[in-house]
Design a binder for this molecule. Structure first.
Ligand SMILES: Nc1nc2c(c(=O)[nH]1)N[C@H]1C(S)=C(S)[C@@H](COP(=O)(O)OP(=O)(O)OC[C@H]3O[C@@H](n4cnc5c(=O)[nH]c(N)nc54)[C@H](O)[C@@H]3O)O[C@H]1N2
Ligand SMILES: Nc1nc2c(c(=O)[nH]1)N[C@H]1C(S)=C(S)[C@@H](COP(=O)(O)OP(=O)(O)OC[C@H]3O[C@@H](n4cnc5c(=O)[nH]c(N)nc54)[C@H](O)[C@@H]3O)O[C@H]1N2
Ligand code: SF4
Ligand SMILES: [Mo]
Length: 713
């Protein structure tokens, strides 16, 4: 696709601007055409259309159609704010950045560099995410950096790394979906979360695919299912064991593939031989016949793809649950060929790139490891420092919040996240941030977290800054700025460069443009698993998007299909891993008899900071709500639409009831898009998956009472 010329314009001028949606991982391309202002209201109107592109094929969803509204919101932060006498007041950039650098220097001198923490996000461009990682290690020398992708991608990413030797969301291309004869959608609600991808699945169905949806709710995605497995939350690992049992018993495996391309099958076989389908049915709450039917459909199909998303992954056993679905992929040899593969459906706009270039505590750019001597040497050489100067591994996002609470991290910079709403056990996180010595937040809005800050830095939005983002297919896309930054807003990467200079490290941050940062990122990623070396801005302009790995500028266009001949482990083989069918960490009891799960709805995005500032989106869902089954409502004397309080061992929140027979009787569902008193995370559990430190967001036990009775119980 050809991008229009790079001249900057304002949205209200005639003509059109071409851009990319700031929200989910599909990264649909958008054209915005201003219309003559409405004579009555004088309000400008805009026509927003999708532009043909390889992922969304020109489709847009309601969020993309209205994204420009938050960009133009009167609530945009247009100048820095600093706290004086308890109030956030306007300040100059010099003063705001001066306060941050003074604090960083003072804290480092008093308590060491590790008393400073950095917290990033998957909405940042590759360039800003890369620079944030470099800033932590080079400008500050702290090991404490992590990002919100920990809550998003860590279970699937670590599973992919262990099983295949590398993690890239989809191992195949979106265009393989219509070729698959069986599709398993486990804990992924594509219809609301990546709506523009739905036609790939309906096309597959038209081609005769058998579609299996695994979800405790009858979602909009489940509407296309041939078989909906409405399991108890947190039991996906057990379900996959049941399906493996059937695959092995019915000899629906691919022995040639197992022998030639994998290792560890004997141990899996032994483990599965002890599985009893009856037990699996009991654990998951499913009928044995349905588990059997699903396994046979997948096993017998000539081609097939398994997708997982946060329903499977945001569990204290998310890593192994994903690995168990990967066991199914390997046992049937359904990978590395057309119409076959596995997909971890990436979430945020740059959820994929954000996890590759070093804002994760254990990671350096190019998916390099901070624990590996060779990796450290390579990156240190690109950065012009001694490898010994690179700090070691820090801790995960929620663990950083625990360190804040314990006052071990005394100063925190948040860039591109709203952690008081999106962390589990939100009350503890809020308590920590309330008492932290110093909090700086870079955002476009006064989010719930920014509200608590000592310094707030106003940043540019999607139409205003250049950068690359990597979509769920592993395709790197260039999003060029079309508008001048409003007010005094600055780019995230500019802020990091200026702060580095104030900390005396300016020579390591000489960047005048996003492209200059990208060129360094290319070098830093060179030879790594996520190799971007062969990708340049020019190439992205010409080709519209390039898949990684792309090790050379003159190689042909990468096909996007992974593992055609070998996997990324040293011996080229993928690894089986036996997984126990264990129960979720918390089990319902007399005090907390129900299981609470949570997730998303179509019109809002994450903690809602952006989408609530888009009137057309905000109006669709004003208050948060809880889905509950009619029999559950009756049992707890709850009327449809009334306010209820949900309580857990951590805390409580209040939302409206929504009675529906599309959910299991023992399960409640609440969207995650609201803060303050309507925040589901006041009740979620901070238990972490030991393998990847993903919180068990999707399974906690709670009680429910109508608010009118709440004082009385
Ligand atoms: N509209 C919208 N789209 C988004 C986002 C958004 O906020 N709003 N966020 C983006 C981001 S960052 C992400 S990570 C993705 C998330 O995309 P998804 O993971 O698809 O979204 P969720 O709604 O969190 O969870 C998916 C489904 O998991 C189900 N589920 C809950 N518990 C379980 C369980 O134990 N097992 C199984 N199998 N299923 C379970 C839920 O009922 C839900 O339907 O969406 C991206 N797209
Ligand atoms: N209970 C529960 N909790 C969850 C989840 C769940 O399913 N259930 N999902 C988890 C998942 S998958 C995710 S991804 C997290 C996300 O949770 P958060 O990290 O809190 O994500 P957002 O709400 O998108 O917050 C991003 C903030 O950054 C700002 N922002 C957007 N773009 C930029 C930018 O380019 N630069 C800067 N500086 N700021 C920007 C936005 O205005 C917003 O205030 O939530 C997690 N929390
Ligand atoms: S939210 Fe996702 S599917 Fe919707 S327009 Fe944006 S990128 Fe496309
Ligand atoms: Mo996410």
């Amino acid at each position: 696709m050809q991008l229009i010329s790079n001249e900057r314009t304002t949205l209200n001028e005639r003509g059109h601007v071409d851009t990319q949606c700031p929200f989910c991982s599909v990264q649909c391309k958008i054209r915005i055409t201003p219309q003559i202002p409405d004579a009555g209201t004088r309000r400008p109107a805009y026509v927003v259309e999708g532009i043909p592109n390889a992922a969304s094929e020109g489709r847009l969803c309601v969020k993309g159609m209205n994204a420009h509204q938050h960009l133009m919101s009167p609530e945009r932060l247009l100048h820095p704010l600093v706290r004086k006498d308890g109030q956030l007041v306007r300040a100059s950039w010099e003063e705001a950045l001066g306060m941050i650098s003074d604090n960083f220097l003072a804290v480092r001198q008093r308590h060491g560099a590790d008393a400073i923490g950095l917290y990033g996000g998957g909405s940042l461009t590759n360039e800003s995410a890369y620079l944030l990682g470099k800033f932590a290690r080079v400008a500050l020398g702290t090991k404490y950096i992590d990002y919100n992708g920990r809550f998003c991608m860590s279970a699937a990413a670590s599973a992919g790394n262990k099983t295949f030797g590398v993690d890239r969301g989809l191992t195949c291309r979106l265009s393989d979906i219509p070729l698959a004869r069986c599709i398993i959608l486990a804990g992924t609600n594509i219809a609301e979360c990546q709506p523009t991808l739905m036609p790939y699945f309906t096309r597959a169905k038209e081609n005769g695919a058998f579609i299996i949806v695994i979800d405790p709710r009858e979602t909009a995605t489940a509407a296309i299912a041939d078989l909906h497995l409405q399991l108890k939350p947190g039991t996906d690992a057990a379900l996959a064991n049941g399906m493996l049992k059937v695959l092995l018993d019915e000899k629906l495996t691919d022995p040639g593939f197992i022998a030639g391309r994998t290792r560890g099958f004997a141990a899996l076989e032994e483990h599965i031989s002890a599985i009893d389908l009856e037990d699996v049915a009991k654990l998951t709450g499913l009928a044995k016949e349905d588990i059997h039917k699903a396994a046979v459909a997948y096993g017998k199909a000539a081609t097939g793809i398994i997708f997982t998303a946060r329903g499977v992954e945001q569990q204290t056993d998310g890593h192994v649950a994903v690995r168990n679905f990967l066991n199914m992929v390997l046992a049937t040899g359904k990978i590395g060929k057309p119409g076959c593969g596995y997909g971890a459906v990436t979430g945020q706009g740059n959820g994929q790139g954000g996890r590759e270039h070093g804002q994760k505590s254990d990671q350096l750019p190019g998916y390099r490891s901070i624990d590996n001597e060779e990796d450290r040497k390579h990156v240190a050489a690109v950065w012009g420092i001694d490898p010994a100067e690179l700090p070691g591994k820090g801790v995960s996002a929620y663990e950083m919040m625990e360190l804040v609470h314990r006052e071990e991290i005394r100063s925190l910079l948040v860039m591109g996240s709203n952690p008081v709403v999106s962390n589990p056990n939100a009350d503890l996180v809020e308590e920590g941030l309330a008492k932290v010595e110093f909090l700086a937040v870079a955002d476009m809005f006064l989010s719930e977290t920014a509200r608590m800050a000592d310094v707030v830095l106003p940043v540019t939005a999607y139409l205003e800054n250049d950068g690359t983002l990597t979509n769920l297919e592993g395709r790197v896309l260039l999003r060029e700025s079309r508008l001048a930054p409003p007010g005094e807003t600055r780019h995230d990467w500019e802020i990091l460069g200026e702060l580095a200079a104030m900390l005396g490290k300016g020579r390591y941050f000489p960047f005048e443009s996003a492209e200059a940062i990208f060129n360094e990122l290319r070098e830093a990623s060179r030879g790594g698993l996520a190799d971007y070396y062969g990708i340049t801005y020019d190439r992205l302009r010409k080709e519209g998007g390039v898949y990684w790995p792309c090790p050379s500028t003159d190689s042909g266009v990468p096909s996007g299909m992974m593992f055609e001949r070998s996997f990324a482990h040293a011996d080229g083989r993928a690894v089986f891993f036996p997984v126990p069918s264990r129960l979720p960490q918390e089990t319902p009891d007399g005090d907390y008899p129900l299981t609470l799960t949570n997730g998303r709805l179509l019109s809002h995005y994450l903690t809602g900071v952006q989408t609530r500032r888009s009137p057309s989106l905000a109006a669709r869902n004003v208050d948060n709500y809880i889905e509950l089954h009619p029999r559950t409502a009756k049992k707890y004397k709850i009327e449809d639409g009334e306010w209820v309080e949900i309580r857990s061992r951590r805390g409580s929140f209040q939302v409206k009831s929504r009675i529906t027979d599309k959910i299991r009787e023992d399960t409640l569902f609440v969207p995650m898009h609201w803060g303050d008193a309507q925040n589901v995370n006041k009740a979620t559990s901070p238990e972490l998956d030991p393998n990847c430190k993903m919180p068990g967001f999707k399974t906690s036990t709670v009680s429910i009472v109508p608010l009118r009775l709440a004082g009385k119980t």
